[in-house]
Design a protein around this ligand. Structure first.
Ligand code: FUB
Length: 346
């Protein structure tokens, strides 16, 4: 992911005109996955650091090593509590580096942290770690989830008690290297290698139902198909609408809302379906581009209002891999369409 020139940006004005402040300022945080557990908000973010790695389109500069869980009494608070280190890469046997965007789920009083990291072969896998507290510490399983790959796990609990994991990300997230179901290799290193051509259907995020113990996939992961308004799959060249990374699922008025980032065009978008597997119909944008290259989010209901948790790079004055998590209210119109949000009030 390239570093874009930020020389022209007036950060003082930006901070003043941002619709919401960073929720913590003493560390850099990103990719916020928010959940309500026991009446409180818990945010499972990435913990951004500057490890000195050079910028590239594979995201090598996102060299995160641990997770800190944040909590808030309500999403209307402007500050979150940092509950300290909950899991470190050095304690995960199978993982070498790059602890990217995590998520969490609760079942029968146990908390499960799902996280991607590169294994010792340079392949992104998704692991799980368990705790009796929403803030950890989390004890990792010795192996990554069998048949897991790529990044950005998001775990959705449906009303019937089933749990589904949505995941995947192209370019540095390696999803395109699994097009045939097996890993096609790390070479050529280009983030564009193995991607479909622009006129071909775009690569899809993946979804798999989890086993009862939440430690495995109960099925081979399936494509999360996003169609346009005419029922045709979005194309790879449709960069403003096609899936790139940062999956999330929520349910609103009986419909399934799959949301995601378009990556190199920097939008958060969503598509609506009738069941957790889709197909989904592209339905619009949620968030305009933020300062920084990446955009990532979660959507969470609290006391009958809905909230968008997201990040930008305003706290670091535009450094792509040093981000800060934020929250703002999210509203729907009477037809169930999400009202798009501009993160800055210019
Ligand atoms: O935080 C590292 C990566 O950047 C995430 O996995 C992506 O979703 C993007 O936010």
């Amino acid at each position: 992911m390239p570093e874009e020139s930020v020389d022209h940006i007036d950060f003082e004005a930006l901070l003043k005109n941002a619709i919401s402040p960073p929720l913590v300022k003493h560390i850099f945080t990103a990719d916020p996955s928010a959940h309500v557990f026991n009446g409180k908000i818990y945010i499972y973010p990435s913990h951004d650091i500057d490890a000195g790695d050079a910028f590239d389109d594979l995201g090598s500069h996102f060299a995160m090593e641990d997770y800190h869980i944040l909590s808030m009494d309500a999403p209307t608070d402007t500050i979150a509590i940092d509950n300290g280190v909950s899991l470190q890469v050095k304690d995960v046997k199978w993982a070498e580096k790059q602890m990217w965007a995590p998520d969490a789920a609760e079942k029968n009083g146990k908390y499960y942290l799902f996280f991607p990291a590169k294994d010792y072969n340079g392949i992104f896998r998704i692991g799980v770690a368990i705790s009796h507290s929403p803030t950890g510490p989390f004890i990792p399983e010795p192996e990554a989830i069998n048949q897991s790959f790529s990044i950005d796990p998001a775990v959705f609990k449906d009303e019937d008690g089933s749990y589904y994991m949505y995941f995947g990300g192209i370019w540095g997230g390696q999803l395109q290297r699994w097009r045939t179901g097996v890993f096609l290799g790390e070479q050529p290193e280009s983030p564009f290698a193995f991607l479909p051509l622009n006129h071909e259907p775009s690569l899809c995020a993946k979804v798999a139902k989890l086993t009862d113990d939440l430690l495995d996939f109960s099925e081979t992961a399936k494509d999360v198909l996003i169609n346009d308004e005419n029922g045709n799959p979005l194309l790879q060249g449709d960069n403003d609408r096609r899936f790139f990374e940062a999956s999330w699922m929520h349910k609103y008025q009986g419909k399934y809302y799959f949301s995601y980032s378009t990556g190199d065009t920097h939008f958060l978008c969503y598509a609506i379906g009738d069941n957790p597997y889709g197909p989904f119909t592209y339905s619009g944008r949620i968030l305009d581009p933020v300062i920084g290259w990446t955009s990532h989010h979660s959507i969470c209901e609290f006391e009958n209002k809905w909230y968008l948790f997201y990040h930008d790079s305003s706290l670091s004055k535009g450094v792509t891999h040093l981000r800060c998590v934020k929250v703002t209210e999210l509203k729907y119109d009477e037809d169930g369409k999400i009202i798009p949000i501009n993160p800055y009030t210019f």
